[in-house]
Ligand binder design. Structure first.
Ligand code: MLT
Ligand code: ZN
Length: 471
């Protein structure tokens, strides 16, 4: 593995020096209680830095409301005081969408952690926004069901954050993203009004589906305080296979073939030898089968999974070997090669993170050419490519020298746009991509998003500096 360039730390560091006057803090304390207004640097610094370390801001304060009523009061306070709020869940986002670069007051959802009994008749559960994805998964499992959203940050990422970004994850290919699981929300709008539809009716054509609108709105329209989520049956068996290929070309072609042939694929992830090598090096893992590229594929169902996998692999060109795991710990071991990519890459320094979707036919030419195009801009750059092949979603991470970062962003986003893709598949726009949103959204769409935002949040108190480009 090539060493990272010496200067990989392309970062946005900002301390607007905004502090709240004593009477404003007292008003917040009266709403959420003395212990839940945080002002000390020790508490605020970690909350003001994003997971990658690329975005470093400084919150004016952080509040931890314990109920929807308290959130509404905090929003009312912000409107009176002309303060900007920024909602924060597990702080695992990757686009700076929850990093207070402008001295915002953080609204932590950590105390919005209620969990109701699983409704078995309707296969759903209602939880507070601060409940982690892993807690929802475990709660569903105890009831014999499953919450089908899953990704590596599961232990820290929250339901509220996953709704804000419409998080996708590794099972999107089978179950869709967060929006597909979202039956209803409770939320405080920027007006301070509360909407509450946690009745969980799956079929309900009674006008606008506001939960869907809030999903992916990155905290700009409302603070989501709770949600009703769809659960699915647990499969009797799951089989995970790591399949090696002689080239990325063969792996991508195989992935497309498999998705067209099988109804039981629940995850289909692409990796390359350099990424797997980095993971092995960083976490002292044994090298799995040697290959130029890999697919991690998971099939689930009631029976004959071995046969299914065997048939898929048999009908495929370019396979160099495979490892199959059926029990939980062996499956977890295989997943580490994929899930630890993000951590391993970050250990080399904060990368430029691209999270793109491409039309199926464009994936191969893009994968073939992007690293050399990036090198054309910065000959020290390292480009890592992995991701959710089954969804057409690639994660392209680039370690670049500081001077080249802006040009690399323009290059990659323009290339994605030229090929008919999206500049964000599942991480959202945040601050990292807002200047490029016009590559995906038309002027009319941007204008309407602005109008919708103004209707929900007329005073611009909710995440005013994320998602939409500056006027
Ligand atoms: C993943 O799929 O691992 C995540 O989206 C994180 C990443 O892109 O680094
Ligand atoms: Zn991902």
């Amino acid at each position: 593995v090539r060493a990272p360039p010496s200067n990989v730390a392309w970062r946005t560091v900002s301390d607007p020096g905004r502090r709240l006057p004593a009477d404003a803090l007292d008003e917040l304390r009266a709403i959420v209680g003395d212990d839940h207004v945080l002002v000390d640097a020790e508490r605020l610094v970690p909350m003001s830095t994003d997971w990658t370390g690329r975005f470093v801001g400084r919150a004016a304060a952080a509040v931890r409301p314990a109920s929807t009523g308290e959130v509404a009061a905090v929003v009312g306070w912000a409107r009176r005081r002309g303060a900007a709020l920024m909602t924060q869940g597990g702080n695992t986002g990757l686009v700076g969408g929850a990093t207070p670069l402008h001295g915002e007051v953080l609204v932590s959802t950590s105390r919005l952690n209620s969990v109701t009994v699983v409704d078995m008749a309707s296969m759903q559960v209602t939880v507070g926004a601060g409940v982690t994805i892993e807690a929802v998964q475990q709660h569903a499992e105890r009831a014999g069901l499953r919450y089908p959203i899953d990704f590596a940050a599961r232990a820290t990422a929250t339901v509220g954050g996953s709704i804000a970004t419409n998080a996708g994850g590794v099972n999107f290919v089978r179950f869709g993203g967060t929006r597909e699981q979202l039956l209803g929300v409770e939320a405080v709008l920027g007006t301070g009004e509360v909407i509450n539809d946690l009745r969980g009716l799956r079929k309900d054509n009674t006008g606008f589906h506001l939960a869907s609108l809030l999903c992916g709105s990155e905290g700009t329209l409302a603070v989501v305080t709770g949600a009703t989520l769809r659960l699915v049956p647990r499969p009797a068996a799951v089989l995970t296979a790591l399949v090696g290929f002689d080239s990325a070309h063969s792996a991508i072609a195989a992935g497309h073939l498999w998705v067209a042939r099988s109804t039981r694929i629940e995850a289909l992830e692409l990796m390359r030898a350099d990424g797997v090598g980095l993971v092995c090096e960083q976490f002292a893992l044994p090298t799995p089968l040697r290959a130029a590229a890999y697919l991690l594929v998971e099939v689930a169902g009631e029976r004959d999974l071995d046969e299914e996998l065997h048939e898929l692999v048999e009908c495929t060109d370019g396979v160099t070997g495979s490892a199959v795991a059926a029990d939980e710990s062996a499956r977890r071991r295989l997943w580490r090669y994929r899930e630890d990519h993000t951590l391993a890459i970050n250990r080399l320094g904060p990368p430029l993170k691209f999270d793109i979707t491409l039309p199926g036919a464009e994936m191969q030419p893009f994968v073939d050419s992007i690293a050399s195009q990036v090198r054309g801009v910065d000959d020290e750059a390292n480009t890592w490519i992995f991701g959710h092949l089954g969804d057409g979603n690639l994660h392209v991470n680039v370690h670049a020298t500081t001077d080249a970062a802006g040009r690399i962003e323009s290059l990659v986003f323009t290339e994605v746009s030229r090929r008919g893709g999206s500049i964000s598949a599942e991480h959202g726009i945040g601050v990292a991509k807002r200047a490029f949103l016009h590559l995906r959204r038309s002027p009319a769409e941007l204008a309407w998003m602005g109008r919708v935002r103004a209707a929900f949040d007329p005073d611009g108190v909710l995440n005013p500096h994320v998602l939409l480009p500056h006027e």
